[in-house]
Design a protein around this ligand. Structure first.
Ligand code: PLP
Length: 448
């Protein structure tokens, strides 16, 4: 830091040059975030000094957080939204970390599923359970490597971080031709060291929703917690009902069930679903950072909450049981503002706008002889541009075209890992004109 500060004038000139180097979301088809709603931005500013990590000082923000949890639980079909238990996080990654941390704690304290952990309610039996901070058995890598989490192959990369952080093994279940997890594959991976299951509503690469009804049955049968990662799809799937099906049926795999954009069941109306994460800073139209993690109720956590609960002597609350300490009350206010302001009707319109973009996108694609790899259930469209004969060559071509779209024309698109395909996320900042221009440029590149 320099000894002397600079004037406000100089400073803001500098800031302008930094912000000019950032995107304003024009020509961005790769991001799952978008331009936040103006009421969210205004609320964020109004509550810029609020710290929800010190609830006694920010009682108003606390009330708003409780209401955001209640509204979200209701959006997620909770039979009794008031009994839902949760809080705001920085986004999908933090929500997933915390959900899995609770699975791990719960595994040790509940005793099911485990040959070596047979005394169901005894913390003392396991030894490693009585004091998670000090017991070396609990922390030993050899022991922890035996725990596993079962998740679809298509799960977000945040789970790779979680595996590393919590010392658990990821067991990845197979997916079908529509990139949804195969429930039988999930079930076949369960063993005595399984701490829980993950399902996805709105996968990062394809926007697909796993068959959560079946996963819920498996979770109930094996008494395992089931966390649904709806970071992206949580503000989409509940509002899809009103969207008309595309008039272009581009399903490649001939699965009759996959050509519908009707509501799917993925949340708390299914008895096996223990927790759901959903991000206001994605399709929730709120500001960054904002994630929401909701548990069905406090009891599903067992004694896990006690395990991460710490005394907070210098704060206004006695204990803290969230992963992070200081948390932005401004994000709570922003999420509250946009959810209250838009209501279900507003989110339905938002989703409908995006799905209209999807239909337009498909029509434009047809003009250059392309179609989506799978019927786009939500506003993510994956398009193969390779020959389908040589996978390595297809990956190379996809990457080359992706890079050229950016270098020659300034379009930001991404590529999928699961198959060689370009991936387009049609967020609310996109227009039909943008789509037509992008596809026109793509067509030119493919002809070169
Ligand atoms: N889960 C899913 C399905 C996602 O698509 C993403 C991000 O794109 C995340 C989790 C991680 O969210 P964040 O980047 O907000 O931590």
């Amino acid at each position: 830091m320099d000894e002397k500060g600079i004037s406000e004038e100089e400073l803001f000139a500098e800031l302008c040059s930094f912000s000019d180097a950032d995107t304003n979301f024009k020509k961005v088809f790769s991001s799952m975030c978008t331009i936040p709603h103006p009421v969210a931005v205004a609320a964020q500013q109004q509550f810029s000094l609020s710290n929800i990590g010190d609830p006694g000082l920010f009682r108003g923000t606390c009330e708003m957080e409780a209401e955001v949890i209640r509204m979200s639980a209701s959006m997620l079909n909770h039979p009794d939204p008031k009994s839902a238990f949760g809080h705001l996080t920085s986004g999908g990654t933090e929500s997933n970390i915390e959900a899995v941390l609770h699975m791990k704690n719960r595994f040790f304290s509940s005793g099911f599923n485990s040959g070596f952990n047979s005394d169901s309610d005894s913390d003392s039996n396991s030894g490693f359970n009585s004091d998670s901070n000090s017991n070396s058995d609990f922390n030993s890598n050899s022991f922890q490597s035996r725990l596993n989490l079962i998740l679809p192959k298509t799960a977000h990369f945040s789970f790779e971080k979680i595996a590393n952080l919590l010392g658990i093994e990821l067991k990845k279940a197979e997916i079908d031709s529509n990139f949804r997890v195969i429930p039988e594959s999930m079930e076949s991976l369960i063993n005595e060291n399984t701490i829980g299951l993950i399902g996805i509503a709105g996968s990062t690469e394809f926007g697909e929703c796993d068959p959560i009804e079946e996963l819920s049955e498996i979770a109930v049968k094996h008494k395992l917690p089931l966390h649904i990662d709806a970071a992206f799809g949580g503000f989409i799937y509940p509002f899809l009902d009103s969207c008309s099906n595309s008039d272009i049926h581009s399903n490649i795999h001939g699965d009759a069930h996959s050509n519908h954009r009707s509501n799917v069941r993925f949340a708390f109306d299914l008895p096996g679903v223990t927790s759901v994460s959903v991000d206001p800073h994605k399709m929730g139209l709120s500001v960054i950072p904002a994630g929401i993690l909701i548990f069905r109720d406090e009891s599903v956590l067992g004694s896990s909450l006690d395990k991460i609960k710490v005394k907070t002597p210098y704060l206004t609350s006695k204990y803290q049981s969230t992963l992070t300490g200081t948390r932005p009350g401004s994000s709570v206010a922003a999420a509250y503002a946009v959810m209250k302001h838009l209501g279900a009707e507003g989110y339905r319109k938002n989703v409908s706008y995006c799905m209209d973009l999807v239909n337009h996108f498909q029509k434009e694609l047809e003009k250059i002889g392309l179609k989506p790899c799978i019927f786009p259930r939500i506003n993510i469209v994956a398009v193969s541009i390779g020959s389908g004969i040589n996978e390595t060559a297809d990956y190379e071509k996809t990457e080359k075209i992706r890079a050229q779209l950016l270098e020659k024309y300034g379009w930001n698109v991404s590529a999928t890992k699961t198959i060689p395909a370009l991936r387009f996320v049609l967020m609310p900042h996109v227009t039909k004109e943008d789509i037509s221009a992008l596809i026109f440029d793509l067509g030119k590149l493919l002809q070169e």
